[in-house]
Design a protein around this ligand. Sequence first.
Ligand SMILES: [Zn+2]
Length: 571
Amino acid sequence: MRATNLCAPTLRQVPADAEVISHKLMLRAGMMRKAASGMYTFLPLGWRVIKKIENIIREEMDAAGGQEIMMPILQSDELWQESGRWAAYGAEMMRLKDRHGHEFCLGPTHEEMITALVRGEVRSHKQLPLLLYQIQDKFRDERRPRFGLMRSREFIMKDLYSFDKDEAGMDESYRKMYAAYTTIFRRCGLNFRPVEADNGAIGGGHSHEFTVLAESGESAIAYCTACDYAASDEKAELKPLAASAEEALPLEKVSTPGTNTIDTLAAFLQIPRERTIKAVAYQDDGNRLILVFVRGDHAVNEIKVRNLVPGAAELRMADEEAITAVGGSPGFMSPIGIKRGENTFILVDATVMNMVNAVTGANEPDFHYKNVSPKRDFGEVQVGDLRLVEEGDACPKCGAPLKMTRGIEVGQVFTLGTKYSAAMGATFLDEQGKENPMVMGCYGIGVGRTMAAAIEQGNDEHGIIWPRAIAPFELLVVPVNAKDEAQLTFAEKIYNAAKEAGIDTLLDDRKERAGVKFKDADLIGYPLRVTVGPKAVETGEIELKVRRTGEVHIVSANEWLGKAKELLAGL
Ligand SMILES: [Zn+2]
């Protein structure tokens, strides 16, 4: 393609409403424009990137046995009523009515529709496994759309659904998808990690998030320095820290005026925070009181709390009345003396149970207990892994220290089991002629998000640095002065030779100043640039410049193509 035929309106200024780098650079590089809040039009360069990512996804889904289909975006409420999610989905679902008053939504996901399809088509175990996917726009009514493609209201997703006859089959489909996702993100040239994820409301089963590593990422990830363990900070499992070998001293109540935080308490008693026990009091949506105790220097992981209390969906900080009603005192809490009851949960982190001679609240304003040994003093409590992972914690697999990093979730795989098939009657006849619900999995990739994540991971002060596989063009040919007929002719020869060699190439034949063209080239981020200047015409010398490293190679007209191929192979 020629730049004179390309709609790529680059901007020198940073757009005012763009907060994150990928959003700023996609606007500045002329890849997309805002259509409305959380909705974007892809311009030719951006759409080329999307298409390249989609093609990689398609090839790997097909290689793993997936079959592409296309379902409607508009979905009737009836199927969602069957699964029970019409009410449960909440405000994020884009809902609308047709002229007859029938209710619809713009699909945020397609479990219901595909389960309904498959229940009508599959009768026998001989038709399983079945892996169906689509690449399509999805909708989410974000309260506050922002960060460009990272949190938009309309977004492109690949969603695949697997149907198997049993759990073993589902696990096999899961393994296939896990392997395919690994190949997809590797082929996209991204630095990523599959991390163990919390399965949240879906329950049961297992789940991995594929996360592109970037400092600007929304998710915190803990990963092992020695083995392949990696998990989201919400999921990362922690073994209790070793028990203290100290001799337990007798419990003692001490006056600690005004010390209702761990920091003021530690300062007042002149002890390290790790000798104290911190209390956090929650109430769930059923107003049940959940008291959580972790070591003073640790943080509570609310996901783990919710997983330990059956039915606790939403947690909020507890009201003072709820705490005092069970004999507690806000800011001075401990399990000692709290009234037990079926609507009161006392959860203690396993590390706390290993402490000896610790300090905790006395359930009385301005008083604490010293020499607390939880095993001896706490009475009946529920013990579990409740704390949030920190850098340096031990890997649950091998014990080596964990490191923390940040990333952007671009894909997720999870097992669904029979959640939808049982609710919606998607059954098949097994070898014995018995009717069973199909066992499902679902697997998503955010296509636009993958594009944004690639930019968050690859950029510098000049612009985007694309991995070759998903760059809008692999190679850019720039005649320094396109008004010079000889230079332009030379550049066209180079351009034609590159195209014939199968290299995805753009010729910047615009009659702009060289500086403008070079700035645009760096901003848009073509992996490799060929510069054709006066010297090319005189002596046949051409300059090759690698965007990622800035390295420059001066090569002759005979050797440039070989060198370009060699350089591109490494990009
Ligand atoms: Zn490890």
